[in-house]
Ligand binder design. Structure first.
Ligand code: NI
Length: 183
């Protein structure tokens, strides 16, 4: 097991469409995923996509803490070749951050309600629905597989900010601003 280096914005691997994973299950995938989990935990993220560790393959890991998802926890999930379908046109805006764009945050619109499916490490097809923050994390991580970083999804670039500046200004006003890395 090892913590892997995380690619930062500008790296070519973050702009490419990642390749489908052809053979599942594959013992080599287990090694990569274990390293991705260790890397995500070390970095304090809630998600990580394989291109962020220089592996241009359609693999994503994420989890959703209950506190950020109306009390509903989504345990650590490994998705291979995920596919997302919006359930309707509903969208919402929230601050997003990315381990590949360190220090920054910005407001990103995302679909509120989605359905998604993927293969798990055993090769089983899993289908789920997601709403709110859960849906946001899945969309953010999925975008990494298509070479898209969240600033490309922003509609108002004036909201792009350094997280520590926003936090300092919020605490000066007596607010607490939650700014976890999304992955
Ligand atoms: Ni990210």
């Amino acid at each position: 097991m090892s913590v892997l280096p995380i690619a930062r914005m500008g790296a070519e691997v973050l702009r490419q469409r990642a390749a489908e994973v052809a053979d599942v299950p594959d013992p080599a995938l287990q090694v990569l995923v274990t390293d991705m989990i260790e890397t995500m935990v070390e970095a304090g993220g809630v998600g990580l996509a394989a291109p962020q560790v220089y592996q241009s393959r359609r693999i994503v890991i994420f989890f959703v803490p209950a506190a950020r998802n109306d009390g509903i926890e989504v345990p650590l999930t490994v998705m291979i070749n995920p596919v997302i379908t919006p359930l309707d046109d509903a969208a919402n805006e929230a601050l997003e951050a990315c381990l590949s764009v360190p220090g920054l945050t910005g407001i990103v619109p995302r679909f509120t309600n989605i359905r998604y499916h993927y293969l798990d490490l055993a090769g089983a097809l899993i289908e789920r629905e997601a709403h709110g923050f859960h849906a946001r994390v899945v969309q953010h991580e999925y975008d990494h597989l298509d070479g898209v970083l969240y600033p490309l999804r922003m509609e108002d670039m004036s909201t792009l900010a350094f997280s520590d500046v926003l936090q300092a200004e919020a605490s000066a006003k007596g607010h607490d601003l939650e700014l976890d890395e999304e992955g």
